[in-house]
Design a binder for this molecule. Structure first.
Ligand SMILES: C[S@@+](CC[C@H](N)C(=O)[O-])C[C@H]1O[C@@H](n2cnc3c(N)ncnc32)[C@H](O)[C@@H]1O
Length: 256
């Protein structure tokens, strides 16, 4: 039974991913009020109204649908159906995906692996000890006794072949270049036992994210399902399931 502390989870993604639409909404409302008192044209007021409606809906989507600083849920219940075993999280960051696995599969243990280098700082800001940020979240969720933090590069994993029953990687492998993606998928295939699951979660350019962030949404390496399926197969996985969630594509694969 997990014993969570009273300290809240803080995944540390930048504020503007959740609240960045609010300044636009405030500006639109202020201009609407100004336009009303100064009797601006109907068209100007109409366009300002549309902008105010979009920014409030986009805020709702970013804050409550994407909810990057909230708990993540497994996109598929088929992942690790046995509910037990040793799992590796590749690019664990501040623990969102590690906690997702530990909470939804309470008999597992997870090695939360991250390079804790410039990419970590880019996403979560500078920190004297990134590992402590991760540990604070594991403790806040009450799962720290089932997790181990490992500082390493997912392109060259410091584990013997077949060490893990399953692997997960969420919004991390898609930050690497093509060579890095191939290397990390090959490493995932090496350290997962034959028959073990690999849940790969990446950013997707789908309608919800287009609606909320439109052309401002920039992310390297946004690829489609076919591209990821082919890479997984090349690495030695069989793709069992593929789907999308808001801002997300997931692929569930099995080690051949
Ligand atoms: C966007 S964060 C995702 C964190 C977490 N999985 C989540 O879902 O919130 C990407 C993470 O990948 C890590 N990362 C990037 N390149 C890496 C590499 N070569 N080896 C290990 N971790 C890496 C970064 O340090 C960062 O913490």
């Amino acid at each position: 039974m997990p014993v969570s502390t009273n300290v809240p989870l803080n995944f540390g993604y930048p504020w503007w991913l959740s609240y960045g639409h609010l300044p636009f909404l405030a500006a639109a409302v202020a201009l609407l009020l100004l336009g009303y008192t100064r009797k601006w044209s109907k068209w100007t007021m109409f366009l300002l109204g549309v902008f105010a409606l979009w920014s409030s809906a986009a805020f709702f989507v970013a804050r409550f649908v994407f909810n990057v600083n909230g708990r993540a849920t497994l996109p598929t219940q088929s992942f690790l159906r046995s509910g037990t075993g040793r799992v590796i999280d590749l690019g664990a960051g501040t623990g969102r995906s590690t906690i997702m696995v530990l909470e939804s599969r309470p008999l597992t243990t997870v090695v939360a692996l991250d390079l804790f280098g410039s990419s970590f700082e880019q996403h979560f800001g500078p920190s004297p000890s990134p590992q402590q940020k991760l540990m604070a979240n594991l403790k806040a969720a009450g799962v720290e006794h089932r997790a181990t933090i490992q500082t390493a590069d997912m392109r060259k994993l410091p584990f013997d072949s077949g060490t893990f029953d399953a692997a997960v990687s969420s919004y991390a492998i898609d930050h690497l270049n093509s060579e890095g993606i191939r290397e990390s998928l090959a490493e995932a295939a090496r350290v997962v036992k034959p028959g073990g699951d690999f849940l790969l979660i990446v950013i997707a350019k789908e309608p919800w994210i287009q609606f909320a962030f439109g052309p401002l949404f920039m992310h390297s390496n946004i690829r489609g399902a076919d591209w990821w399926s082919t890479r997984l197969q090349e690495a030695g996985f069989q793709v069992l399931e593929e789907g999308t969630r808001p801002a997300t594509r997931y692929l569930l694969a099995r080690r051949l």
